[in-house]
Design a protein around this ligand. Structure first.
Ligand code: SAH
Ligand code: DHB
Ligand code: MG
Length: 230
């Protein structure tokens, strides 16, 4: 009994420590400015789901964009433009950011958020089903960084398109690839089937070097990061 209680206290302390670490890293390396906070607030007010990336993930996307000297970035799944602002800001003035969004209401939020963040000159939201829009991007390829964060069942198809629209040295990132470990188990639904297949593909495709990084939601979810080999 006493032993259970002290074990519980220790687990609670560890969870608190992890949260403190996330808060400190966010504060020191990934603080949101007014435009990012505005995008979050506006999305919430419009009733959009609160499923945007975390500030630490936003900063990691910027770090990866600079790593591959990104001039052109593609995102699949815009929501309210929160991740889009992080990504568009990693580009030089001459850069291009294209984000694909199926929901016209979301897309309108994205346009406003980009306007407010002063990235409309380089950032473009295209409205439609990603699998219909991707073939139209071939003449704008290659993209240096591709961020996949839309519906989960077609993740493997999004990977095919990412490979088609990239170059050696491009970086492909996919959100939600861990899902409390379900990303590596026998899938129970179509969404998880997409993610499990995605993880298997990136782990074994000889064109890629890849790693899943547990970093979000108390280290229970996170990005899959792949680099297209030279
Ligand atoms: N990247 C965003 C979060 C995206 S949430 C951020 O971190 O800020 C997923 C988004 O993908 C939602 O806005 C949803 O409407 C969109 N989406 C879902 N299915 C889609 C599809 N087939 N094609 C394009 N967008 C899709
Ligand atoms: C969901 C989707 C996401 O892209 C995410 O980051 C979190 C949750 C969802 O559909 O529930
Ligand atoms: Mg996501």
């Amino acid at each position: 009994m006493n032993r259970d209680r002290s074990e519980l206290a220790e687990l609670q302390q560890q969870a608190k420590t992890r949260q403190n670490i996330v808060d400190a890293i966010t504060h020191q390396f990934a603080a949101e400015d007014e435009a990012l906070q505005h995008a979050m607030r506006a999305a919430k007010q419009a009733g959009l789901p609160e499923i945007q990336i975390s500030p630490i993930q936003g900063k990691l996307l910027q770090l990866l964009a600079v790593t591959c000297n990104a001039q052109k970035i593609l995102e699949i799944g815009s929501l309210g433009g929160y991740s889009g602002i992080w990504l568009a800001r990693a580009l030089p003035n001459s850069g291009r950011f294209i984000t694909l969004e199926i929901n016209p209401t979301h897309a309108e939020q994205v346009r406003n958020a980009f306007e407010h963040a002063n990235v409309s000159d380089r950032a473009d939201v295209r409205v439609g089903k990603a699998l219909d829009l991707l073939p139209q991007l071939e003449n704008e390829a290659p993209f240096d960084l591709i961020f996949i964060d839309a519906d989960k069942p077609p993740y493997p198809q999004y990977l095919d398109w990412a490979l088609r629209l990239s170059r050696p040295g491009s970086i492909i990132v996919a959100d939600n690839c861990i899902r409390s470990g379900k990303g590596f188990e026998e899938p129970q639904d179509q969404g998880m089937a997409g993610i499990v297949a995605y993880n298997k593909r990136i782990a074994s495709d000889p064109r890629l070097i890849s790693l899943d990084l547990a970093m979000d939601d108390d280290y229970t979810d996170g990005f899959a990061i792949s680099v297209v080999r030279w």
